[in-house]
Design a binder for this molecule. Structure first.
Ligand SMILES: Nc1ncnc2c1ncn2[C@@H]1O[C@H](COP(=O)(O)OP(=O)(O)OP(=O)(O)O)[C@@H](O)[C@H]1O
Ligand SMILES: [Mg+2]
Length: 219
């Protein structure tokens, strides 16, 4: 499904340039659930941003489902992201001014779906994540675990083949973490591919493979 070949990426650091990724190779097969670990600042989020098409690489190649995306422009990458990627973040990144329904429906607003189709799709997904009673609540009225389930629903609403999660349980207690992990396992069993960045061994143990980012390379 996904192929990163010899990726390199630098960021400006004052008037110098700091190389974060130094030849990252990664192959992820469809249906896998992969954990990426590594110390803070190693470049884990950077890798997810590249896969999501939010960042461009300096060198190397990025392939997705047989297409070379390395040289796409940001507009083309945005289209790729909309069609293929669901992104889940540690701090949920919900829109405070919108209720649960509208947060989850947001990715569908620019699709060609009718209002009725959107409603049916959102209701079905919120029911699956046991969120139907929170439909009209606002993010600040939710617990961390509820907010993360809403964020997961939003990431799934477009039916993406690949889910990227950056420290998805980093702000949750153990019990809530377990609920989120069960949801991830379920999503994975349904055939979706997941790449999860985590500092947490118990999260990584749930994955089929653990990769560590060290000195700019995946080992
Ligand atoms: N947009 C940016 N501009 C400049 N430097 C950046 C940018 N994004 C990340 N960096 C730097 O790149 C390095 C890797 O950052 P990244 O966020 O990928 O690390 P990480 O492995 O996700 O760390 P953490 O576990 O703390 O989330 C860090 O030194 C960071 O300061
Ligand atoms: Mg990070």
């Amino acid at each position: 499904m996904l192929n990163l070949i010899n990726l390199s990426k630098s960021y400006a650091d004052g008037n110098k340039s700091k190389q974060i990724l130094k030849g990252v190779d990664l192959t992820v097969e469809s249906g896998e659930m992969v954990a990426i670990m590594g110390r803070s600042g190693a470049g884990k989020s950077t890798i997810l941003h590249i896969i999501a098409g939010l960042e461009k690489v300096d060198g190397g190649e990025f392939w997705f489902q047989g297409s070379n995306l390395t040289n796409l422009n940001y507009k083309q990458l945005a289209k790729f992201r909309k069609n293929n990627i669901g992104f889940i973040l540690q701090n949920y990144a919900l829109i405070d001014e919108k209720n649960v329904f509208d947060n989850v429906a947001l990715p569908l607003v620019y699709s060609k779906k009718t209002k009725k189709e959107i409603k049916t799709t959102v209701f079905r997904l919120l029911e699956k994540l046991e969120l139907n009673e929170y439909l009209y609540k606002f993010p600040k009225e939710l617990s961390g675990g509820q907010a993360q389930r809403v964020a997961i629903a939003r990431a799934l609403i477009n039916d993406p083949a690949l889910i990227l999660a950056d420290e998805p349980t980093g702000s949750l207690d153990e019990e809530t973490e377990r609920i989120i992990l069960d949801i991830f396992s379920k999503i994975n069993k349904e055939g979706r591919t997941l790449i999860i960045v985590t500092h947490d061994q118990s999260v990584a143990q749930k994955c089929s493979r653990i990769i560590t980012l060290k000195d700019g390379q995946l080992v």
